[in-house]
Design a protein around this ligand. Structure first.
Ligand code: PBG
Length: 323
């Protein structure tokens, strides 16, 4: 049953035919756009290593979210850069901090936007680690309470989804419990369940000012060599109450996306992270690749691997191309 009876090229002859037999779709509603929010008003600072990405004050974040919504991107995820940092990341739960203010601004400017907030302490601690320290180690259990308070503050501000990215054990359960105890039973948790200790986060750390002042995150984020462990992480987060789960980064971890997809039935997100974005932009600027074509190919491959949703800095341009 092969050539010449079968000629696979028959179904590749025209764009209409190709579209009819296409196995994977890509739409603006698949995207979640990350937004960096800073204190102040009228602030828009480009992030040098991420052309097209800005850090903005809250009212401009609201404007951007509204524009994204009009392009079909229904969701944003907020990262805050606070004025004040301390050892315990106290400002992470400040109702007047940039994230809470941006949540309120976006919900009033663009009520249909699903506003997610990143729950972590690395932007709020003066040492840049994702939890409180005991010596040079991040202390898991005392960190859980602070993360739960951060999630609660975001929910009170009106966040539609909270997304813990710290990789502490037990944080999904701790956040679920805190939300439920305060009447936020309906706020879903998107868990960064399989988050790797990756070199691809470089540009983000510049944008979020969250580079650790000593050491690295290998004692809490996952070893890039592991995939069975990713499935274990995801299953336990689902058991703790995660409504959606994430694999991060995406491009170098498509096998992990596939493994997680096969092991679970909750919606799956993948994070097309800052370093992946920066590489495409750099090569495009050098004239080495066709940026649009490569971007759409990458986003399609993440969907093909099994991701339902993609967190991506390409959200706006890709939505424009797909219109
Ligand atoms: C931690 C967090 C990080 C990213 C998202 N949430 C950085 C880290 O773990 O160091 C990285 C996202 C990216 O690189 O685009 N709050």
């Amino acid at each position: 049953m092969s050539f010449p009876t079968h000629r696979y090229r028959r179904l590749r002859l025209t764009e209409s035919l190709r579209e009819m037999v296409r196995e994977t779709t890509l739409a603006p509603s698949d995207f979640i756009a990350p937004l960096f929010v800073v204190p102040g008003e009228g602030v828009r600072q480009p992030v040098p290593s991420m052309p097209g990405v800005d850090r903005t004050s809250c009212e401009l974040a609201a404007k951007d979210a509204k524009e994204l919504f009009a392009l079909g991107v229904k969701s944003v995820i907020l990262f805050g850069i606070p004025d004040q940092k301390d050892a315990a990341g106290t400002s992470s739960a400040d109702p007047e901090g940039p994230v809470c203010k941006a949540v309120r601004a976006i919900k009033s400017e663009s009520p249909g936007t699903v506003v997610m907030t990143d729950i972590c302490l690395c932007e709020y601690t003066d040492h840049g680690h994702c939890g409180v320290l005991s010596g040079e180690t991040v202390d898991n259990d005392p960190t859980l309470r602070i993360l739960a308070e951060e999630a609660l503050a975001h929910a009170k501000a009106g966040a539609d989804v909270v997304a813990p990215s710290d990789m502490m054990d037990g944080r999904v359960a701790a956040i679920r419990k805190a939300l439920d105890a305060s009447g936020f039973q309906s706020v879903p948790i998107l868990s960064y369940a399989a988050k790797y200790a990756s070199g691809f986060y470089g540009p983000f750390r510049e944008a979020a000012e969250s580079t650790p002042s000593f050491g690295d995150r290998r004692a809490y984020q996952m070893d890039p060599a592991n995939v069975r462990e990713a499935v274990k992480e995801v299953l336990s987060d689902v058991e703790e109450g995660a409504d959606l789960v994430m694999v991060k980064p995406a491009m170098a971890y498509l096998d992990v996306v596939r493994a997680v997809k096969e092991a679970t039935n909750v919606p799956l997100a993948a994070y097309n992270v800052s370093g992946e974005y920066a590489m495409v932009k750099a090569a495009e600027r050098n004239g080495w690749i066709d940026g649009k074509r490569v971007t759409l190919e990458i986003l399609t491959s993440i969907r093909r691997a099994g991701a339902d949703l993609i967190l991506t800095y390409h959200a706006k341009e890709a939505a424009t191309w797909l219109a």
